[in-house]
Write a protein that binds this ligand. Structure first.
Ligand code: SAH
Length: 332
């Protein structure tokens, strides 16, 4: 099909790229400096600018916006916008479903279907950017923390990061992008060697191998020693502070003793701890606010930089994979 575009001069590619990635236009008709016959041809070949369609959106009372997108093969992914005064952060998906099977995660429960293409990853960003533009706003940060394990879809994720980073496109600095992983140690090392300044977030959640393996099967393949060695290599190569995510589950990993062990593990490392009060999808329970604060205090005393993630969008099923789960169960 692409061969239909063979005779089109090369400079048009640059124009089209700019319309798509910088201006985030929603249709070929808005590419004003293209000749009409080229617009027609693009419509014939590609039909639409984004390889996904909006199924539904939900807006939380706190401003969080959740988008459920349908892909051309019928798959569905979620994207979440977290608006703040000084920044607009978009949380994007990288796979349909997820194979990592973390026990507390809604996405893992529905199994793994496939990797997203780089185009499908970037389209989530462009779709929301298109909407924000209309309000005079623009996306400032992208977090790869939606459905899927980004480092299990390494090539497409890296390609998408380079597209978002492109000077002719959104031109988002690599430091505004954060890739979150459950701990694929070899790919963390690969990422370290890309010489990009991307932020890395590592979902730790437990600091002892037996414990961690209980909730995160990936730990059996890459135990903590191997994971942290890969993280150290990442810091050494990039000089970037790694963010360690720690989901607090009542009665499992929220004891002050766990905080102390976490502190000991991270002491001397260039790091930041992000405490996430668990968003229960199974029988887990969220610790009390007091318990969460006590956990943070232990880390503060040990001089480990720590923050508690603000809960957002709980009224719209904003936790990873929840909205899609509902839609698979017949909600729409
Ligand atoms: N696969 C990647 C990115 C997607 S999950 C990863 O594991 O990092 C994004 C973050 O949300 C991870 O830290 C994940 O452990 C966390 N998470 C998943 N389900 C959650 C839940 N129910 N409550 C709180 N955090 C959750």
């Amino acid at each position: 099909m692409e061969s239909q575009l063979d005779g089109v001069p090369a400079f048009r590619a640059r124009q089209i790229f700019t319309w798509l990635h910088k201006h985030a236009v929603g249709s070929f008709r808005h590419m004003h400096n293209l000749p009409q016959d080229l617009i027609k041809l693009l419509e014939e070949v590609y039909q639409q600018v984004w390889p996904l369609e909006l199924v539904t959106t939900r807006v939380s009372t706190d401003g969080t916006e959740k988008y459920l997108f349908a892909l051309s093969d019928g798959g569905a992914v979620e994207t979440v916008l977290l608006p703040e005064e000084d920044r607009q952060t978009l949380c994007i998906s990288t796979q349909v479903g997820c194979a990592m099977n973390c026990s507390f995660c809604a996405t893992g429960r529905s199994g793994y279907e496939r990797n997203l293409t780089a185009g499908e990853i970037v389209a989530q960003v462009l779709y929301v950017q298109h909407r924000l533009r209309a309000e005079g706003k623009t996306l400032s940060n992208i977090v790869y923390m939606g459905m899927g394990e980004p480092l299990a879809n390494y090539e497409a994720v890296l390609k998408s990061a380079r597209l978002l980073n492109h000077p002719l496109g959104l031109n988002l600095g690599a430091r505004r992008l954060t890739i979150s992983t459950c701990g694929l140690a070899p790919q963390i090392r690969d990422l370290a060697e890309e010489d990009l300044q991307i932020n890395l977030a590592v979902s730790l959640h437990a600091v002892e191998d037996g414990y961690r393996s209980e909730i995160m099967p990936i730990n059996k393949r890459y135990p903590l020693g191997e994971l942290l060695a890969a993280c150290d290599y990442y810091t050494q190569r990039t000089n970037r502070r790694i963010s360690y995510e720690y989901a607090l589950i009542s009665g499992f990993n929220d004891h002050p003793q766990h905080a102390e062990e976490l502190g000991k593990l991270l002491q001397g490392r260039l790091c930041h701890v992000n405490l996430i009060p668990i968003n229960p999808v199974g029988k887990e329970e969220r610790p009390t606010a007091q318990r969460i604060a006590a956990f943070a205090q232990v880390l503060e005393r040990m001089r480990i930089p720590v923050s508690i993630r603000k809960e957002r969008g709980t009224d719209i099923e904003a936790a990873c994979g929840q909205l899609r789960q509902r839609s698979l169960e017949g909600w729409s």
